[in-house]
Design a binder for this molecule. Structure first.
Ligand SMILES: Nc1ncnc2c1ncn2[C@@H]1O[C@H](COP(=O)(O)OP(=O)(O)OP(=O)(O)O)[C@@H](O)[C@H]1O
Length: 717
């Protein structure tokens, strides 16, 4: 038979199996629905039974309905290509691999879940170690139709005469395909070095490093799905949290886990870790460096202990016809005394009242001594402690503190200078105070970690009910009373596993914030030091270790193959970052396209039209998405230039938001601006240059950005 006919015949064989799988899926769905209906019937029946019977029937109903709903949820997930692989073993046994395990009515396996041990050979078998696999087949489907098959022969000597082998390179085909708006899962083509990381033990800390495009994000997400499948009992209940650098990124990866049937994972961007606020704006690099530094901890601790701006500076209260008076200094002494005993101010309100009463008693004794009188201290404390005017004073002098309010106070430069004495430099204080005064544009991503730190430092406000949200400011306190009940309590901190992506960029303060959520968690931490935009790696490393706590197991993996970029694109990126990265830290790009990146010269008069032309050319050249990457400050302007052009396929993205994303083609606008806008500029440029899978056009008004390494072989101009 000719190759196309063999291929067609093989596709037909796989199609008949896939048809069986979908028929069975429909049956299982019906069964689950019937079970749910039966559960409800039991519930109705229970109303007629005695109390004891009723309780056990209702329990049975709940269990049935719960299981039925779970099964339906799993069966209803949108499985693009439910079956994607097949293994033919030397024994003649055939195993189909898919996103979900399904058995037929006789309990025979129709599809094995990709995470099950029986499917491991699909990823782990090699020609050197074939694990009894003669032929490994990748089956590519669209919906329920088989489009193509692609075989790998692992034991050529054992291929039976009647076993056809078709196609070559499912991986290369997958990598060459155009990209959509959302990341796809890679279950069908996970590589051996990646599989090892996905299936690594769950306890302790698993660290994945590797250059751009090596599949770190893909691997981390597949690992989350794998861990939940294998260790659902240990990990499922408490939940898995995935932290990504930005909302654009979490949106980009949001479809990967559901496509594997996994909906029990919470995705959060760094600006959304704290419940109740979503921040997307970034501070300029020098300011972000201050806000992210561990020094802020000391500043915030002092800030919560300072006198609140509206606190009265004098207390007067009448006791037995005499005015007892405490001046500003005496009140300050009382405040300091309460704080030296430790504890968050919101938890110290009773102690503050007691200490203030003691000070009033001292004052009464002082007056009495002058007149040779005595004072009954206990009586004074009891009486004043019950007085309404005492409590009126207390609520303004020792008010409930809200994190957002305390952070805003630091817009007063004198107040900030008091809190930051010997910790921040004068110019840093001025910069930080100005940023806290400018609240017109809302909180920045770096502010979120400060607010979370303050949340802990001020302590929870006195609560009417438990498990109520910890308000960030007084306004929210009112709003929250109406907020819908959430599944998990506010500021939940008991996740069983935390995945941190792009971890090289977390500031020390952000590590503290994330660490707080994982007191009992095991961790998967993904990053590439060469892409880091954080200026003080040593300080971040220290905060990171503290976040992990005393985890004893620490395993490290490095991924070395760049699956995203064509070799032509990656060569340019490597050239730009040369001198900032050790040779061994750069991955190896496996795919060539013959398309060299274009570098075009622009100036103020031609920039706009050049961006429009380049975007149009690339939109015509590729089927998928085109990203236009520029410095953060330029985004609104570039968006205006491109308004109305292919909105679904064209995205304008700021340099810092381009982390982790990918496009078929990229237009990079003014690369030197990416270098100067950030403290680790060349690395940010490296990130931007490594976003394209197929084509790259750089528009630049100067050449300094190319000077990173001076590698040979300039790209086309
Ligand atoms: N085994 C694989 N099969 C198919 N595609 C893969 C494979 N591994 C990685 N890819 C693809 O390569 C691209 C890069 O993967 P991913 O985004 O996970 O890399 P990364 O290491 O996180 O990159 P960066 O550090 O630049 O963000 C994605 O499109 C991913 O789907």
């Amino acid at each position: 038979m000719s190759e196309p006919r063999v291929r067609r015949a093989e596709i037909a064989i796989e199609q008949s199996h896939v048809d069986r799988v979908y028929t069975r899926l429909a049956e299982l769905r019906q069964q689950a629905e019937a079970m749910r209906a039966k559960g409800y019937e039991i519930g109705h029946g229970a109303q007629r039974e005695a109390v004891f019977e009723q309780a056990s029937m209702l329990f049975e109903r709940d269990m049935m309905v719960f299981h039925a709903n779970q099964t339906l949820q799993t069966l209803d997930a949108e499985y693009e290509g439910l079956v994607f692989g097949r293994l033919d073993h030397t024994s003649g046994e055939t195993v189909y691999v898919g996103r979900l395990g399904i058995r037929d009515a006789e309990f025979e396996n129709l599809v094995t879940d990709w995470r099950a041990p029986a499917a491991a050979a699909f990823y782990q078998a090699t020609a050197e170690e074939p694990m009894d696999v003669v032929r490994r087949r990748v089956i590519r489907c669209s919906g329920q139709s088989v489009l193509d098959v692609d075989d790998d022969v692992l034991m050529p000597e054992s291929v039976p005469a009647d076993m056809p082998v078709v196609g070559e390179g499912a991986l290369m085909a997958a990598l060459g395909r155009s990209r959509g708006e959302k990341m796809r899962d890679i279950v069908a083509t996970i590589q051996k070095e990646q599989d090892e990381v996905i299936r690594a033990p769950w306890r302790g800390v698993t660290e994945i490093t590797g250059g751009p495009g090596t599949g770190k994000t893909a691997v981390a997400l597949h690992r989350a799905a794998y861990l939940l499948y294998r260790y659902r009992r240990q990990l499922g209940g408490a939940g898995v949290l995935v932290i990504g650098p930005s909302g654009v990124f979490t949106n980009y990866i949001s479809r990967v886990l559901p496509s594997m049937g996994e909906t029990n994972v919470e995705l959060r961007a760094l600006g959304e870790v704290l419940d109740g606020i979503e921040a997307t704006r970034h501070d300029p690099a020098p300011l972000a460096a201050i806000k992210g530094s561990l020094r802020m901890r000391k500043v915030l601790l002092k800030a919560v202990r300072d006198t609140p701006p509206d606190a009265p500076t004098e207390m007067r209260i009448v006791y037995k016809g005499e005015v007892l008076k405490l001046d500003a200094k005496e009140l300050e002494k009382v405040r300091r005394k309460v704080h030296t005993q430790g504890g968050p101010p919101n938890r110290s309100r009773v102690r503050a009242a007691e200490t203030l009463l003691e000070a009033l008693a001292d004052k009464a004794e002082e007056y009495a001594r002058a007149d040779n009188r005595t004072v009954d201290r206990a009586e004074l404390i009891t009486e004043l402690g019950e007085r309404i005017d005492f409590h009126r004073f207390l609520v303004v002098w020792w008010p409930v503190l809200y994190p957002a309010e305390v952070l805003r106070w630091l817009g007063d430069e004198r107040r900030l200078a008091r809190a930051a004495k010997n910790v921040l430099k004068r110019d840093e204080i001025a910069l930080l105070a100005a940023s806290m005064r400018d609240r017109s544009r809302g909180w920045t991503v770096a502010d979120i970690a400060l607010l979370d730190e303050l949340r802990v430092l001020v302590g929870p406000p006195p609560k009417r009910r438990r498990r109520h949200r910890v308000e960030l400011d007084a306004e929210q306190a009112r709003d929250s009373r109406d907020s819908a009940t959430r599944q998990r309590p506010e500021h939940y901190d008991e996740y069983s596993h935390i995945v941190v992506d792009e971890s090289q960029d977390l500031s020390p303060m952000q590590w503290r914030m994330v660490g707080r959520r994982g007191k009992y968690a095991s961790w998967t931490v993904v990053g590439d030091p060469v892409q880091s935009s954080w200026p003080d790696p040593a300080e971040a490393a220290q905060a990171r270790e503290q976040a992990f706590g005393a985890k004893t197991q620490h395993r490290r993996y490095t991924l070395r193959t760049n699956y995203r970029n064509s070799a032509e694109i990656f060569d340019l990126a490597a050239r730009v970052v040369a001198g900032h990265a050790a040779e061994g830290d750069l991955p190896h790009a496996v795919r060539t396209t013959g398309l060299t990146p274009q570098i075009r010269t622009v100036d103020d008069t031609t920039r706009e039209i050049s961006v429009q032309t380049a975007a149009k050319e690339l939109l015509d050249a590729v089927d998928g998405t085109v990203g236009v990457i520029c410095a953060m400050d330029r985004v609104p302007e570039v968006e205006k230039w491109l308004a109305g052009q292919a909105e679904d396929r064209l995205k304008v993205v700021g340099s810092l938001d381009s982390k982790g994303l990918e496009y078929d083609a990229v237009v990079l606008v003014e690369p030197t601006e990416l270098i100067t806008e950030s403290l680790t500029g060349r690395r940010v440029l490296y990130v931007a240059l490594t976003r394209a899978t197929q084509q790259l056009t750089v528009l630049a008004s100067d050449e300094t950005w190319l000077d990173g390494g001076n590698a040979e072989g300039a790209p086309a101009r």
